[in-house]
Design a protein around this ligand. Structure first.
Ligand SMILES: Nc1ncnc2c1ncn2[C@@H]1O[C@H](COP(=O)(O)OP(=O)(O)OP(=O)(O)O)[C@@H](O)[C@H]1O
Ligand SMILES: Nc1nc2c(ncn2[C@@H]2O[C@H](COP(=O)(O)O)[C@@H](O)[C@H]2O)c(=O)[nH]1
Length: 257
């Protein structure tokens, strides 16, 4: 059912489906009243350009970007509370134990997690909430939130280009780059699990696609009679980004190139 209403049916149906899903007592969207923001999750391999794309896409927008917790060491230039909240493993695990994360996962030897509380508050304010996380965590958001989370997989043009970007960023040792690339192969093969797939080859085009996807999702919350020509154009573009157009062969082509 995921994404079907946006693409084929009346927009109200999206809300109806969302409300008829079982809602657990700690489901963050269950507490949201009135108009609320979109929960948009960017996922994809390390080094594909999620952060670069996100900064350009969100420039000038009043959205809430979720600052993750991590147990990894801060890189040179990273500031606690800006790139991440850097914590020791014991503190991270205690928060996880208390149910303080919307999702959390281990990635190449470190823990990463999305603190749940600020997200709930932002959605209640009606702000769009943006997560930028790896694939295992994105799958957790998908199973917890269902259609209420808009999941976007950012695809590299090839594994060779992904290696070039990770190497060029110069934040990892060669050994850690190899570990990230090994994980990337598995992550790319999961791309069909997410609603949209945006290929980050040309950055400007990819930014335009993120904008169109966001506009289409906002339009889908309103009656069709209120859609502008720009909304309709965005919806048409968003349809082309839908992951149902992906084949296993497409994914293998990226992983093997
Ligand atoms: N479209 C693009 N074309 C060429 N280089 C790009 C493109 N997008 C991003 N890059 C470069 O790729 C490198 C990795 O980008 P970035 O740090 O944004 O990736 P990321 O997916 O956020 O990584 P991580 O998941 O590890 O945080 C950077 O050096 C960035 O400048
Ligand atoms: N599951 C989660 N993954 C996260 C979170 N915050 C960041 N990430 C992802 O981890 C990898 C590695 O990040 P790096 O900063 O060490 O390069 C990358 O894919 C991030 O997107 C999170 O809260 N949860």
């Amino acid at each position: 059912m995921r994404g079907v209403c946006l693409l084929f049916g009346p927009p109200r149906q999206v809300c109806f489906l969302a409300m008829t899903e079982p809602v657990s007592s700690n489901d963050i969207s269950a507490k949201t009243a009135g108009p609320r923001g979109l929960l948009i999750v960017m996922t994809g391999a390390s080094g594909v350009g999620k952060g670069t794309l996100r900064e350009k896409w969100l420039a000038g927008q009043d959205v809430f970007y979720s600052t993750s917790w991590t147990t990894r060491e801060a890189r040179e230039g990273e500031v606690n509370g800006r790139e991440y909240i850097f914590v020791k493993p014991a503190e991270f695990l205690a928060k996880a134990e208390q149910g303080g994360f919307l999702e959390h996962a281990q990635f190449v030897g470190n823990h990463y997690g999305t603190p749940i509380e600020p997200i709930e508050a932002a959605l209640e304010r009606g702000q769009d909430v943006i997560l930028e996380i790896e694939v295992e965590g994105a799958m957790q958001v998908k199973s917890r939130m269902g259609d209420r989370a808009i999941l976007v997989f950012i695809m590299p043009p090839s594994l060779t280009e992904l290696r070039r970007r990770l190497t060029g960023r110069a934040t990892e040792t060669p050994e850690r780059i190899e570990k990230r690339l090994t994980r990337a192969r598995d992550e790319i093969m999961e791309a069909h699990e997410f609603r949209y797939v945006v290929v980050n080859d040309d950055l400007e085009r990819a930014v335009g696609e993120m904008q169109a996807m966001q506009r289409a999702e906002r339009a889908a919350q309103r009656p069709e009679s209120e859609w502008t020509p720009e909304d309709r154009a965005a919806i048409e573009l968003a349809q082309r980004l839908h992951s149902r157009t992906l084949t296993r062969e497409d994914l293998l082509n990226v992983v093997n190139s």
